[in-house]
Design a protein around this ligand. Structure first.
Ligand code: HEM
Length: 406
């Protein structure tokens, strides 16, 4: 009993004194005056950060290294004589401190990583949100297009004869590219959306297994994608050089809208766009993927920004000022963001490609399935290519279903 009474008596000051202390703090809190905090973070700064708003950090970055501006040794905060602990931490945070380390790995001298939260918020916020909306938008657009336009038919019907369109090596390269890209896309999306999109449904344990498997597949299948990309480039680049015919093709809307298909050689202008998108965006995804696969080894963004600045580009839309230097970790975060953004764009393009190569157009799939297309399909979509093949004696035409020997 005595013990309880003692405890109650001990709590009395807490009950009366604490709220008053808090009230006093509130009353005394400086409005928004940096001068009142001696040039340090103000209450308003802290509140802005808690509300997730931008806080101008420049005043802190500039507040480093000036011994004169520091507190005198006789002051409460002047124990280090001019410099102070907060100053050292500020210098660490803004990469201004002179640090040496026995650890030889890249980034070992970076003790405070300042930009991680901004990257995390971008990845979980705009990147996931707009990336997801974009893919859903492409699917919605294609569904609408299918409803309005229906399947693009072979105008003259099937001829009963086929012509060889892609050799085995071409189909092998295509399916290696397609298979690896689909696996990379699916495992990449699992990694990006898993925390919010899968854990609530399948739980942490199952997701942990799935995420580990996804990471393994993603890291290893990337090599197949890069190999296929190189194969496809060398196999088809000659047929994808832009020419004047492409302008006619665009002027006629590619024949998808309206009737009649503009003349084309082996690849029409639409396919050339697919080809160069795959090569350029796929190449860029591969480069940023390699930077992620070998952390801190490939510092592409610092080099790119340096070149941009040399050309006088100091500001980028949606990004802001082009930085003069990047920390190793910031380099990695740029690689991740770029990898994901470009992947979303290529996924959107490829979804449209898959649609037109299968459901969207009668007779198209055979080109990559068996390698032989109906002669009427070939004449409608690639008239100049058929003429070329026939006049050069290379057209392997045979009745539908006949084996190559017949
Ligand atoms: C299941 C998925 C896919 C299907 C059904 C498909 C179908 C096709 C077909 C039928 C063609 C030949 C078109 C023609 O004869 O002119 C083709 C070509 C091509 N495919 Fe795919 N494809 C798929 C996935 C992919 C993926 C994932 C990529 C790249 C990442 C890709 C890249 C290409 C390229 C560069 C061409 C040559 C240019 C063109 O015809 O557009 N394909 N595809």
């Amino acid at each position: 009993m005595l013990r309880w009474m003692c405890l109650l008596i001990a709590l009395i000051p807490l009950v009366f004194v604490l709220p008053q202390a808090t009230l006093a703090q509130d009353a005394e809190a400086p409005a928004d005056s940096r001068a009142e905090t001696g040039g340090a973070t103000t209450l308003e700064d802290i509140l802005r950060r808690q509300r997730g708003e931008d806080v101008d950090m420049e005043f802190r970055r500039e507040n480093i290294g000036d011994a004169e501006a520091g507190a005198a040794t006789t002051d409460q905060l002047g124990t280090l004589g001019g410099a102070s602990d907060p100053e050292l931490w500020r210098a660490l945070r803004f990469g201004e401190a002179d640090i040496t380390s026995q650890v030889r790995s890249p980034g070992a001298t970076l003790l405070v990583q300042d930009s991680g939260m901004a990257w995390l918020e971008f990845r979980e916020g705009p990147l996931s949100k707009w990336g997801g909306y974009f893919l859903l938008g492409v699917l919605g657009f294609l569904a609408l297009f299918f409803l309005l336009r229906g399947r693009i038919r072979i105008g003259a019907g099937r001829s009963g004869f086929t012509i060889v369109r892609f050799k085995f090596v071409e189909r092998f390269a295509h399916w290696l590219l397609a298979g690896s890209f689909i696996l990379l896309g699916v495992t990449g999306l699992i990694t990006l959306f898993g925390r919010k999109g899968l854990i609530p449904f399948i739980g942490h344990d199952a997701y942990s297994t799935l995420a580990t498997l996804s990471k393994w597949v993603h890291n290893n299948v990337s090599w197949a994608f890069m190999l296929a990309l190189v194969m496809v480039f060398f196999l088809w680049v000659i047929h994808n050089i832009p020419n004047r015919l492409d302008l006619v093709w665009f002027a006629k809307g590619g024949g998808i809208i309206g009737s009649g298909h503009p003349p084309a050689k082996k690849f029409n202008a639409g396919q050339k766009i697919i080809f160069w998108s795959v090569i350029i965006l796929g190449g860029s995804i591969s480069a940023s993927g390699l930077a992620l696969l070998f952390p801190f080894e490939l510092n592409m963004f610092a080099a790119t920004f340096e070149k941009m600045r040399a050309f006088g580009i100091t500001e980028l839309p949606f990004y802001g000022p082009v930085p003069e230097a990047l920390t190793p970790h910031s380099e990695m975060m740029h690689a991740q963001a770029w990898h994901a953004i470009v992947s979303f764009i290529l996924m959107g393009i490829i979804i449209a490609h898959i649609y037109i190569g299968s459901l969207g157009m009668e007779g198209a799939y055979d080109a990559m399935g068996s390698g032989e297309v109906d002669l009427n399909w070939a004449k409608e979509h690639h008239s100049l290519w058929v003429e070329e093949m026939e006049s050069s004696g290379l057209a392997e035409e045979r009745p539908t279903g006949a084996t190559p020997a017949e």
